[in-house]
Design a protein around this ligand. Structure first.
Ligand code: HEM
Length: 183
């Protein structure tokens, strides 16, 4: 019997959370707005990437690792003369297939990053100045496809646990963009 691919279940069950993040990010129509976005994406993404870099990945993710843009975010902050976030958030609770849920949010954000990169370019930013992390993310579509293959193939798989963690990660992103993420 055909079943709905896990990716579509995750997309459906996190779409409200994604919309809330979109709304929290706003338009960043000028450099001041972009700078605020950059500080928030740093507060959201850097602690999670650090946590994942030290994580023991399961065999289901053999040969694949998430796209790391933390260093590029730091370089973007330096380009724009912005101090790094001062209070990094604590570790995310990651149990079992929650790892897939967290990775879904981080890797899937490559899709939206293509739009954000176009927007950043209208502000005079580029892959070499200020929008390095967006350039990297928007080029990581192969990483996203590789992730989706492994997401659909993992067995056994607890979709509810994955969704729960995806929602938690989106909530962190929202908190970061609303300026209230802390450890
Ligand atoms: C204002 C900022 C954002 C905009 C305008 C935006 C826009 C989009 C768009 C248009 C897509 C679908 C692209 C496609 O189907 O080809 C998408 C997908 C996605 N975005 Fe965003 N995004 C934003 C921020 C974020 C952030 C900060 C995150 C993570 C915290 C995120 C996570 C995701 C995920 C996981 C998907 C994949 C959904 C799926 O197709 O399964 N997005 N985004």
């Amino acid at each position: 019997m055909p079943t709905t691919p896990r990716r579509w279940v995750l997309r459906e069950r996190t779409s409200a959370a994604h919309s809330a993040v979109d709304a929290a990010i706003g338009a960043f129509g000028d450099l001041t707005g972009y700078t605020a976005y950059l500080q928030s994406i740093a507060a959201f993404r850097q602690p999670l990437e650090r946590q994942l870099a030290a994580f023991a990945f399961p065999p289901d993710l053999e040969g694949w690792r998430p796209t790391a843009v933390g260093a590029a975010i730091s370089a973007d902050l330096v380009d724009l003369g912005v101090p790094p976030a001062s209070r990094p958030a604590g570790d995310l609770a990651l149990r079992g297939d929650g790892l897939f849920g967290a990775l879904y949010v981080l890797e899937g954000s490559a899709l939206g990053a293509r739009l954000l990169f176009e927007r950043a370019k209208t502000l005079g930013l580029s892959s070499e100045f200020g929008a390095r992390h967006l350039a990297l993310l928007s080029r990581s579509i192969e990483g996203w496809r590789g992730f989706l293959d492994r997401l659909e193939a993992a067995e056994p798989f607890d979709i509810d646990q994955a969704v729960e963690t995806s929602v938690a990660v989106f909530a962190r992103a929202r908190a970061a963009f609303e300026g209230s993420l802390h450890g």
